[in-house]
Design a protein around this ligand. Structure first.
Ligand code: MN
Length: 144
């Protein structure tokens, strides 16, 4: 019957659970972040899906470098207090429950405050296999 998955097809191709602990926590690479940053539960959709991301934890003072996303990005803040900054605009405080949308190509950063850590889920779709265009670090002056 068309459209019905037969028992012979591997169910893992339809629904795949990656178990907690199956992926080690990884540090945010120094080239793209300032301070202590940890990435957990990284995920990447299988084609034709494009979404990827993970849970990113920033210790106080930690932040991304300036960057942009070819198809935009959604951040779901889950813990702490943080900030999101846009080039040539004042940065904004973000707190748990906040949903942040960053439009395609907008130069920005996100991270903790000086005194509080922050955690968010980050989701971005890839264009030609790339979700992020990384730029220079956010200086202490820009972070103030
Ligand atoms: Mn971003």
């Amino acid at each position: 019957m068309a459209g019905v998955t037969s028992a012979a097809e591997p169910a893992a191709e339809v629904v795949k659970v990656t178990r907690a602990g199956a992926q080690p926590s990884t540090p945010g690479p120094a080239a793209n972040f300032t301070g202590q940053v940890r990435v957990d539960t990284a995920f990447k959709a299988q084609a034709p899906g494009r979404a990827g991301g993970g849970i990113v934890t920033f210790e106080p003072g930690a932040r991304t470098a300036w960057h942009s996303h070819p198809l935009g990005q959604t951040l779901l803040v889950t813990a702490g207090v943080g900030r999101v900054g846009q080039w040539n605009a004042a940065s904004q405080e973000i707190r748990p429950g906040d949903v942040v949308w960053i439009a395609a190509g907008v130069k920005h950063w996100h991270g903790a405050t000086r005194t509080n850590g922050m955690r968010h889920v980050a989701i971005a779709e890839s264009l030609d296999g790339k979700t992020t265009d990384w730029m220079e670090q956010v200086s202490d002056t820009q972070y103030q």
